[in-house]
Design a protein around this ligand. Structure first.
Ligand SMILES: [Zn+2]
Length: 471
C-alpha cells in the first residue's frame, strides 16, 4: 500500500502543475443556487432527530424534489425503520463506461438540539455574519442538499452519466444506524456499487486570516465507534445514614480513572502518511510534532503535543470519554443505581473486546457492570483509487487550484463503515470548507460559512460529472 500511496501522491503533485481553469461559480446566483437554499431552509425545519422523528417526513419531501426534478417513481425508493427513514434514488447512466454504479451517501438525521440552550432556533435557518446557523447546517444537511441539488441540476441540464449514480441517504446515522445497515443489507440490490462517495466527511480547514487551506482531507478509513454503559447498583438506604458503599461515588471513582487513563499510541500507514504530509505544511511546534510522529510514533514529546489537541488526539490511538450520566432516585435516599455512558473511538485493528477488557482493568472494580449499547462495526481502511482521487482533484481545483488531497482516518463514525463492511469502499469527499474555530457539529450553534454552502454545491456538481463523465 505504501508504494501505491506514494506514487498516487506524487501523481497528484504533478497534476498541480497543470491547473485547470475555474469552471463552476459558487454564489447565491449560480445555477440552482436559489433552489438549493430553498431546499436547505426546508430540510433544516424538519426536526429529523431520533426524539422528534421527522426524518420520514423529510425523506418524503426530498423524494418529491427528485420526482419534480424528473426522476421516475420507479427510481425513487423510500423505506422506514421505526421513526427513521432511508432514501435511494437512481440516476440512470447510458452505460458507455462499462463500469458499475457509484453510490453517494449522506445522512438526513441530525443530533438532538434543545432550543433553550441555543442562541438561535436550531430548527430555523439563520443567516448572520456570513454564516448559516442551524442544527444540521453542517452535519449533514449540507451534504444532503449539495448531493440532492447536484442530481437535480445535472438532470435539468440533460446530462447523462456514463454509469449509474445512486443516492443512498440514511436516516439514523447519529443514533442506531439501522437505516444505514438496511441500505447495504436489505436493499443491496438497489445500492450495490463499485464504491461510495460520502458527503458526511472530507473537506479542508480555511486559515482564520484567509487564504488557502493546507490540504484537502479525504476520509479513507475510520475508527470503530463503540459505546458502553457502566452501571453500579446498591441496596441504597436513608440519606441520613450514609455509608462508604455508594453507587454514585463508586461510579465517579471509575470515571475519574477513565479520564486519567491514556490508551497506547497507535499508528498505521495512513495516519503516518497523513501526519508527514500535514506536518510539512503546518507551521510551529504542531507541525514539527506531526513530522516527528510520522517518523517515529514512539516519540513521547511529539505524542504529548499531538494529544493535547482535541482535533488530533483521535488519530494517535483509541479514545474513550464519558458522555452521559444518571443516578439516584430521591434527594433524601442513598442511590440504588448510577449509570454513565462511555463512548469510545477505537483505532483500526485494536478490537472492541480488547478495548472493553482495558476499560475493565482501568476501572478495577468488579461491581461496575459493562453493557455494550452500540453495535460496533470494525472495518479496514479503503484502498486509495486513482479514479476517485482524480475526480476529487477536479472538484477541489474548482475552489483552490492545485490544493493537494490527503487521505485520512476519521475519528468519528460515519455511514462509510457500513459500506466498507459490505465490501464497498467508501471515501469521504464532501466539499466542506470551514475555519478551525467553526466546528460546532453536534454542539451548540452549529454553523457553516455561507460561501462554503455554495462552494459545496459547485464541488458536487464537478465531482459527479468527473466521476461519471468526461469532465
Ligand atoms: Zn454526520
Amino acid at each position: 500500500m505504501k508504494s501505491k500511496l506514494m506514487s498516487l501522491l506524487a501523481a497528484l503533485s504533478l497534476s498541480t502543475l497543470a491547473v485547470p481553469a475555474i469552471a463552476e461559480d459558487a454564489h447565491p446566483n449560480m445555477p440552482f443556487g436559489a433552489k438549493a437554499l430553498d431546499i436547505y431552509r426546508t430540510v433544516i425545519e424538519f426536526k429529523s432527530t431520533a426524539e422528534h422523528g421527522e426524518t420520514p417526513a423529510m425523506a418524503r419531501y426530498l423524494a418529491d424534489q427528485f420526482r419534480d426534478g424528473g426522476f421516475a417513481d420507479d427510481d425513487i425508493f423510500l423505506f422506514e425503520i421505526g421513526n427513521a427513514a432511508g432514501l435511494i434514488v437512481r440516476y440512470h447512466g447510458d452505460g458507455t463506461s462499462g463500469k458499475a454504479p457509484v453510490s453517494i451517501s449522506a445522512h438526513m438525521d441530525v443530533v438532538e438540539a434543545n432550543p433553550a440552550d441555543w442562541v438561535r432556533d436550531p430548527f430555523k435557518l439563520t443567516e448572520e455574519d456570513g454564516y448559516f446557523f442551524a442544527r444540521g447546517a453542517a452535519d449533514d444537511k449540507l451534504g444532503v442538499v449539495a448531493t440532492t441539488v447536484a442530481f437535480l441540476r445535472l438532470k435539468a441540464e440533460g446530462w447523462v452519466p456514463n454509469r449509474d449514480l445512486i443516492i443512498a441517504f440514511s436516516g439514523d446515522e447519529e443514533t442506531g444506524m439501522l437505516t444505514t445497515r438496511a441500505l447495504v443489507q436489505d436493499h443491496l440490490a438497489l445500492t450495490n456499487s463499485e464504491f461510495v462517495l460520502n458527503a458526511d466527511s472530507g473537506g479542508a480547514t480555511l486559515p482564520d486570516g484567509g487564504g488557502r487551506p493546507v490540504s484537502f482531507a479525504m476520509q479513507a478509513a475510520e475508527k470503530t465507534y463503540a459505546t458502553w454503559q457502566l452501571t453500579i447498583t446498591n441496596p441504597g438506604g436513608h440519606s441520613s445514614r450514609p455509608r462508604n458503599d455508594n453507587a454514585i461515588y463508586e461510579l465517579a471513582d471509575a470515571l475519574i480513572k477513565i479520564r486519567e487513563f491514556k490508551f497506547p499510541v497507535r499508528a498505521n500507514e495512513l495516519t503516518r502518511r497523513y501526519f508527514k504530509f500535514t506536518g510539512e505544511r503546518t507551521p510551529g511546534p504542531k507541525g514539527e510534532a506531526m513530522q516527528a510522529f510520522a517518523a517515529d510514533p514512539t516519540d513521547a514529546d511529539a505524542v504529548q503535543v499531538l494529544r493535547a489537541d482535541p482535533g488530533i488526539v483521535g488519530t494517535t490511538g483509541t479514545t474513550c470519554v464519558a458522555t452521559m450520566l444518571a443516578g439516584g432516585h430521591a434527594e433524601n435516599a442513598l442511590p440504588q443505581s448510577a449509570t454513565a455512558t462511555v463512548n469510545c473511538r477505537i483505532f483500526p485493528g485494536e478490537g472492541v473486546a480488547a478495548t472493553e477488557a482495558t476499560l475493565r482493568d482501568v476501572v478495577g472494580n468488579d461491581a461496575v457492570e459493562f453493557n455494550m449499547i452500540s453495535n460496533p462495526t470494525e472495518t479496514d481502511p479503503s484502498p486509495l483509487r486513482e479514479d476517485v482521487l482524480a475526480a476529487l482533484q477536479k472538484a477541489v481545483d474548482n475552489k483552490f487550484p492545485g490544493l493537494e488531497i490527503v487521505p485520512y482516518m476519521s475519528s468519528g463514525g460515519t455511514d462509510g463503515m457500513h459500506f466498507r463492511a459490505a465490501g464497498i469502499p467508501s471515501y469521504g469527499v464532501n466539499g466542506g470548507y470551514s475555519k478551525a474555530g467553526d466546528t460546532f457539529a453536534h454542539g451548540l450553534n452549529e454553523r457553516i460559512l455561507q460561501q462554503s454552502f455554495y462552494d459545496n454545491l459547485a464541488h458536487w456538481y464537478v465531482l459527479l460529472k468527473a466521476i461519471a463523465g468526461d469532465s
